[in-house]
Write a protein that binds this ligand. Sequence first.
Ligand code: HEC
Ligand code: HEC
Length: 271
Amino acid sequence: MKNGIAIIVAVGLAAAGCNYALEDRAIPLAQASFDGASGNPVRHGERLGTVLGCNSCHGADYQGGSYSDDPDGGFIFASNLTRRVSALGDRELEALLREGVHPRRDALWYMPARTLQRLSDRDMKALIAFLRTLRPAGRDWPLPADGPATEALLGYGILDKGPAQVKRYAEHMPPDRGAALAKGRYIAAVTCAECHGAALGGGTAAPPIDRIAEKGREQLAMVLRTGTRPDGSAHGVMRYVAARNLSALTERENEALLDYLMTLGDARVSE
Ligand code: HEC
Ligand code: HEC
């Protein structure tokens, strides 16, 4: 009898310590979606193109071009999607986005397949439906070339080439916080994880997210909205992420993301 009580108390403490209902655990990431996934697919896909940064690199009109802010960075050209997409079938396009492999070329250099592989089927279908509406315009661009500059970016882990990163991102997911926080986790897994690490434990240049939650919700909300600190100074690249990508999140998505991120303050997420 004594032993029985001791066991019950121990289990009770373990459950209280983790804060989240155990039966809520283990939600497959891809069961979540961005808001509007059951509405008009083309409109939904168009918004995803902004949230996911397709039009940061491929241009507001999706006609591609150099997307480097560095005047000497002309070697970085993003494809003109208005001209290229019609040469790819839906399956090929999905495989290209999820695996980072081009069906008719050697390799893809810059595509963030590591996070795009995590898109739910509904979001992926909508994104492809939107890409199909692009009307051919503009010119084609040279492919990124092997050379010291691209090698250096590869070395820093800024460039994605080959399946290694895709595999790592498939195996290391951001911590699961149950059904109620599944949407926020999904959004973080397909956006923030691109730079902040597969499981949000920190990337080459971006800090781990557990340190981020420690700043408090207000400050975090400000970084997501403006990419700046309370004193107005910029958080590096976050200024662009906030203006170009996160500004297209719905209010509900933004709150879901904050709710999820705020649970990570005590987590030592391993990469
Ligand atoms: C970080 C910049 C970047 C982002 C973000 C990005 N792309 Fe790309 N994408 C590129 C570059 C650069 C190429 C050409 C690279 C190559 O062929 O090696 C490319 C190639 C492609 C291709 C192959 C086109 C062809 O020539 O056949 C498709 C399709 C594509 N991107 C779609 C997308 C979509 C959809 C998104 C958003 C989900 C996206 N890209 C996000 C940089 C990016
Ligand atoms: C394109 C890469 C990129 C993406 C995508 C990105 N971040 Fe960042 N983030 C960075 C980098 C790099 C820094 C460090 C910048 C600095 O402070 O100099 C940073 C800094 C931050 C900071 C400030 C950290 C601190 O020490 O105070 C927060 C908060 C943050 N990111 C949250 C997010 C969240 C949440 C997402 C997803 C919604 C996200 N970021 C997406 C690259 C990125």
